[in-house]
Design a protein around this ligand. Structure first.
Ligand code: ATP
Ligand code: MG
Length: 670
């Protein structure tokens, strides 16, 4: 950890545990007062300034109306910015018509940018493809024609089960172009998960691939589609389009199955995009399933595109003529929708797309890609950063990462020590880090620093973006003062907000709008620090109650990760006769740390006591080889809670690696 970083004032300091007995509020324990102001050069060249906050504060809808008109080309202008007459069902940019694919593609070509690179694709085996905006536009037009010739009409649903290859983006944009609603199912999910999502959306077409590459080995996709569609007459799917990716053998269903090359490849590249209503459904996407059964979230067109494009430009300080942007998220997650398929292309950016895993064929693959394409903006998840910390800095240190100028994080809280490592090791101690809080439901980033404006703070997402009304409230829905914790809510509708849960308006109201009156609440705890900066504290369902103190999982995990021996930590509350709940921590040690048994456990307990306070000391610390994570890399605490309370772990179908729970069980028996 660098304690001598210029601009940083101190390390995370210990605070005595104070009970924050304001009703149900979460105790606010971990303190952080390092800050990193943007350099004068960065400020001088920043695309967005603090003026945006003032403008949005003065008139929020007017601010968004301006963004909508400046960032998008509407085929018909809207007449009303926001219709909130029937909450929680919002309508944004009412009366407007807009085509997502035209905005992402055709208009750039019309504006003379056809030769700009849209996508640098890097396959896991090392094959590469480059698409200019002109080429990508042609392929999307071909795909649009091909899907229409297979009977897909405006409003029909298309299930997409593809690896991270350009055809994924092409498919999404082709659907958007013709007004079909895509529903992407992550390529790592089982046939059963695929089947339930196809059924829920009543998809007419499935787009898939023969397979993909994972860690150097071919891995099948088409077989899962065949299994999901095994019983004819029991599903709505009429056609399956198959991309040839890894050349493996596939079963073929004549009449139903079509190779991409024979359909899309043969289709005409002439296709005129028509505008769709601003509120026309764009896609359905299921949440990651970190806390339970995934929900089919519905997004529509105009508002979603506007907020995606604005945040992508503002939060990453995008200079589309010079930047090379790389978001590592899979298209199966919302980040791969908003910040791979849509916003970067709407903004005319050049981006990298990578198919495989970070350790194929070696642990420096990502850094090699950054060096090769001179990536300047990297957007990834804390789980990846903590993995790289575990592997050690010698690996990234071997590569030239000097092209990087903005680093982003999303998906979970980034522990302050992981944030510092990201900045020091990957960002040469100079790049701003933007920690972005948002959800599948919010559609686009909601809380994040602006890299040319905000002095950033390790571990905090900090500030609601211009035009976004985020607050932290107590259990009565009253705004908490600085220095206190509570529930993260959104007080005003925002353009990219979900429009509902597919087919279930009542569940939409119950899930998000019933806990607090007139406020959106999706389950995260947060605090405002003394400066008013927002810190995410984990899911409120995971908050622990130890002797009357409500403790945050995130804070104790961050304290553990700040110990040099710890790479990752997950904390849960387990039922305890004396204290109500007891803190149980699962830790993974760093590559070079030795598991000295009881000694390391004692040392870590004391470390948490020092960083946070005696009340937060874990009662039990278990050293484990791995942690259970969702496919999108988030820790699944509910499974660990089952282990800590001696139960058989429950539904683990969204787990990335289903041997992890067995590994943990084995390591605990030792
Ligand atoms: P489910 O809703 O099915 O349990 P999920 O909430 O993991 O799954 P997503 O929509 O992918 O599904 O994730 C959104 C959640 O991820 C947020 O509610 C929050 O808990 C967490 N999150 C995302 N970004 C951040 C961040 N920058 N800091 C802290 N937490 C974050
Ligand atoms: Mg969620």
């Amino acid at each position: 950890m660098s304690q001598d970083t210029p601009g940083s004032t101190a390390t995370a300091t210990a605070a005595t545990a104070q009970s924050d007995q304001q009703g149900d509020a979460i105790s606010n324990l971990l303190h952080e007062n390092r800050t990193f102001a943007p350099s004068p050069e960065f400020v001088a060249d920043a695309v967005v300034t603090a003026a945006d906050y003032a403008e949005a504060d003065a008139d929020r809808p007017a601010f968004w109306a301006r963004q909508a008109r400046e960032l998008l080309t509407w085929s018909k202008d809207f007449t009303e910015t926001l219709d909130w007459s029937n909450p929680p069902f919002a309508k944004w940019f009412v009366g407007g018509e807009v085509n997502a694919a035209y905005n992402a593609l055709d208009r750039h070509v019309e504006n003379g940018l056809g030769d700009r690179v849209a996508i640098y694709f890097e396959g896991e085996p090392g094959d590469t493809r480059t698409y200019t905006y002109a080429q990508l536009t042609d392929e999307v037009k071909q795909a649009a024609n091909a899907f229409e010739s297979l009977g897909v009409e405006k409003g029909d649903r298309v299930a997409v089960y593809l690896p991270m290859i350009p055809e994924a983006v092409i498919t999404l944009l082709a659907c958007a172009r013709i007004g079909a609603v895509h529903s992407v199912v992550f390529g790592g999910f089982s046939a059963e998960a695929l089947r339930s999502r196809i059924d829920d959306a009543e998809a007419k077409l499935v787009v898939t691939a023969d397979g993909t590459y994972r860690r150097g080995k071919p891995s099948a996709l088409k077989t899962a589609v065949d299994e999901a569609l095994a019983h004819e007459g029991e599903h709505t799917v009429q056609n399956v389009v198959v991309v040839k990716r890894n050349g493996q053998n596939v079963d073929w269903h004549e009449g139903r199955d079509h190779w991409w090359d024979d359909t899309v490849g043969q289709a005409s590249a002439q296709h005129t995009a028509v505008g769709h209503d601003s509120e026309h459904p764009l896609f359905i996407l299921y949440t990651s399933g970190t806390t339970g059964k995934p929900k089919g979230i519905l997004h529509t067109t105009g508002g979603y595109l506007t907020q995606g494009a604005y945040t992508h430009k503002a939060v990453f300080d995008l200079h589309p003529e010079t930047d090379v942007y790389w978001c590592t998220a899979d298209v199966g997650w919302v980040t791969g929708h908003s910040y791979v398929a849509y916003a970067p292309l709407i903004n005319g950016a050049t981006q990298v797309m990578y198919e495989g895993t970070p350790d194929s064929p070696h642990q420096g693959r990502w850094w090699e890609i950054i060096e090769k394409y001179k990536v300047s903006i990297l957007y990834t998840a804390p789980t990846a950063i903590r993995t790289f910390m575990k592997w050690g800095r010698e690996i990234p240190d071997k590569y030239d990462l000097s092209s990087l100028r903005v680093l982003g994080s999303v998906g979970e809280s980034i522990n302050p020590e992981a944030w510092m490592w990201y900045r020091d090791v990957i960002g040469a101690n100079k790049t701003p880090i933007v920690d972005t809080w948002w959800q599948t439901e919010t559609g686009a980033q909601m809380i994040a620093p602006l890299p040319g404006v905000t002095a950033t703070k390790p571990g905090s997402a900090q500030t609601p973006l211009p035009g976004i009304a985020v607050d932290v409230v107590d259990e009565m829905g009253e705004s908490v003062p600085n220095g206190h914790g509570g529930f993260l809510v959104i007080r005003e509708p925002w353009p990219a907000m979900l429009r509902g849960i597919w087919g279930d308006p009542e569940r939409f109201k119950d899930t998000y709008w019933s806990r607090f009156e007139d406020m959106y609440f999706a389950g995260d705890g947060a605090k405002k620090d003394e400066d008013g900066d927002i810190w995410l504290l984990g899911r409120v369902d995971d908050v622990m109650n130890v002797s009357g103190h409500r403790l945050s999982t995130t804070e104790i995990e961050s304290a553990l990760v700040s110990h040099p021996a710890v790479a990752e930590a997950a904390v849960v509350g387990a039922a305890d006769e004396t204290t109500g709940q007891a803190v149980v921590a699962f830790v993974i040690l760093r590559g070079d740390a030795v598991d000295s048994g009881d000694a390391i456990v004692q040392e870590l307990r004391n470390h948490v006591g020092k960083e946070i306070g005696p009340i937060a000391k874990p009662k039990t610390i278990l050293v484990v080889p791995e942690l259970p994570k969702t496919r999108s890399g988030k820790i699944m605490r509910r499974l660990l809670k089952d282990v800590a309370e001696g139960r058989d772990p429950g539904d683990a179908t969204t787990l990335a690696d289903n041997t992890v729970m067995q590994q943990i069980a084995a390591s605990l028996r030792k």
